[in-house]
Ligand binder design. Structure first.
Ligand code: ZN
Length: 563
């Protein structure tokens, strides 16, 4: 995760006193919304008592924990930040592996019982009395077996994105661990200990103070104390509340100079402290405070760093087109940033037609479809990931599989022509080539609701004659720069590795929506590459990003940036 901490300048005491306590936002209809920040910080005296031994402090929605007073990030098996949460029935759910490892418990899986096990203590030697405790838990099953005795849990363990969460109270009871909850108003902490005694009142005060000092704000508290915008989103978040942006007036990004916001929105958010003069300069107290202005469609936009400075806010770019202005300095903690990004991406979805802000772009292309069942699954996964792809279709397939045809354009994908009968065009006369193309285009228009904009020759076979035909019919000829060999291996791991090991910015990746192994592999590859700053766009979007106008009859193998 890439992020930067912007410079923070305090612009004098006078200004600080003018800064509103919350974000004020006046909508077009004149309705004023003021949202005030919640602090969530627990203050208290530092008492004499020491931290209790063998103890762990967690906080709801905080991706860090304290184990024996040491800050410890909570991560899943893939190294992604995770955090405790409270389920709909009020059960506090903790990641089981993290909980177990903090107390030296072994986690295993019992194949015959299909249960996840947590074991405390050594297996007994022969003749010894066992002191070992084994708990068996199953996903979505509220029954826990402890040394063969059945216990009913207040909540079934759940699997969230591959992490097994358990209700902390019930599991702790199985091992005689102590648990203490601190309510939301006092910080939403959970203390777990394996000592003999329950936590005393002094312990709780101590741990609460220590937790507030060391763990900082939870992810939710950070979001609730900030102004967050995302490029391409229709709303913004002001202290955790969704505030709508005027149509077409969101955050915009300029290569090299960062993010800009329209004056009008800046003025509203700042409660009128900021304005613009007739030249578009950003004004505060009748003084020009920034001339870093761009004009777009008759509106002035100002660099967000000037805005942050004027309001004495910390400014951060969190990746994925997300910026955050906050009074609370965010610890330089990638784990926490990742957790905030995932909340924001869910709450501020980017509009699908816009090209996402990313470090690298590639075009995923799928040939020889559509395929009933498989292509819809692929479309679902692309939609979930905010990704666009290009589909080079065969006419004979469209005749058979077209019930989902309207989805392609609606979900931002690009339509491509791959001939009617998967014919090698170099073996055909000019009129044969045209017939193969025109018949397919007619079917695409009929079932997909729009004409194809590109073509890919079957088998990648083209010659001057094919190029001349495509020039006449208006199709750029799209080849590829990364061949996944998916048709040959039909193996998920192999296809996944071909992509992630070879991908370069600007690649056109060849796949086929004919095999479920391809679909599974591409989802995995997309998830891995997203973490490396990649976004997935159509071939034409990739050309647009590169400033290339695709020409009919010209052949494109990739759309990498010019060296
Ligand atoms: Zn093909």
């Amino acid at each position: 995760m890439k992020w930067k901490l912007g410079a923070l300048l305090v612009v004098g005491v006078l200004l600080v006193s003018m800064v509103p306590a919350g974000w004020t936002y006046i909508k077009g209809d004149g309705v004023q919304t003021t949202v005030t920040p919640s602090t969530g910080i627990v203050t208290g005296m530092k008492p004499e008592p020491q931290a209790p031994q063998h103890q762990m402090t967690l906080q709801i929605d905080n991706t860090n924990a304290l184990i024996q007073s040491e800050i410890t990030p909570i991560v899943d098996g893939l190294g992604m930040a995770i955090a405790p949460f409270i389920d709909e029935s009020g059960n506090t759910m903790l990641p089981m592996r993290f909980l177990a490892e903090a107390f030296g418990a072994e986690v295993g899986y019992d194949d015959t019982k299909r249960a996840t096990t947590m074991t405390v203590g050594e297996a007994p030697e022969e003749g010894e009395v066992s002191t070992q405790i084994v708990a068996e838990l199953k996903q979505n099953d509220p029954i826990m077996m402890v040394n063969g005795t059945q216990h009913t849990l207040s909540a079934a363990p759940v699997n969230v994105n591959g992490t097994f969460y358990v209700p902390v109270r019930a599991v702790s009871e199985a091992f005689d661990w102590q648990v203490q909850f601190v309510p939301k108003e006092s910080g939403a902490f959970v203390f777990v200990g394996d000592g003999e005694e329950a936590f005393s009142d002094e312990d709780v005060v101590y741990l609460r103070t220590e937790g507030a000092e060391k763990l900082g704000l939870s992810t939710t508290q950070h979001v609730n104390d900030s102004l967050i915008l995302r490029a391409g989103a229709e709303d913004m978040l002001g202290n955790g509340q969704l505030l709508d942006l005027p149509e077409g007036q969101g955050l915009i990004y300029q290569e090299g100079s960062g993010y800009y916001l329209p004056t009008e929105i800046m003025a509203q958010i700042s409660g009128g402290i900021l304005s613009a003069d007739g030249f578009g300069n950003l004004m505060q107290d009748s003084k020009v405070i920034s001339t870093d202005t761009i004009e777009q469609e008759g509106l002035y936009y100002h660099n967000i760093t000037a805005f942050a400075t004027a309001l004495s806010q910390n400014y951060m770019e969190l990746g994925n087109g997300i910026i955050m202005l906050t009074k609370n300095e965010l610890a330089q903690d990638d784990n926490r940033c990742a957790a905030i990004v995932s909340i924001v991406m869910e709450r501020l979805p980017a509009i699908t037609e816009t090209i996402p802000v990313a470090d690298h772009y590639v075009a995923l292309t799928f040939d020889d479809g559509p395929t009933s069942g498989l292509t819809p699954k692929l479309l679902d996964g692309l939609l979930e990931r905010g990704a666009h792809a290009t589909f080079f279709m065969c006419g004979y397939r469209i005749e058979d599989f077209n019930s989902f045809g309207s989805r392609y354009l609606a979900e931002g994908h690009e339509l491509g022509n791959h001939t009617m009968d998967h014919e090698n065009l170099t073996n055909l006369t000019t009129s044969g080539q045209k017939q193969q193309m025109n018949d397919t285009t007619a079917l695409i228009e009929q079932y997909m609701g729009g004409a194809p904009t590109l073509m890919r020759p079957t088998g990648g076979a083209y010659n001057d004659n094919v190029k001349a035909t495509m020039r006449e019919l208006g199709y750029p000829v799209i080849m590829w720069s990364l061949d996944t060999q998916d048709w040959k291996t039909r193996n998920e791991d192999a296809v996944y590795k071909e992509i992630v090991n070879n991908v370069q910015d600007g690649d056109i990746i060849l796949m086929h929506d004919l095999y479920s192994t391809t679909v599974d592999a591409v989802f995995r590859a997309m998830d891995a590459l997203t973490l490396q700053g990649y976004a997935f766009v159509t071939v034409s979007e990739l050309a647009e990003i590169r400033g290339i106008e695709l020409q009919p009859g010209e052949v494109y193998n990739n759309l990498r940036a010019a060296a």
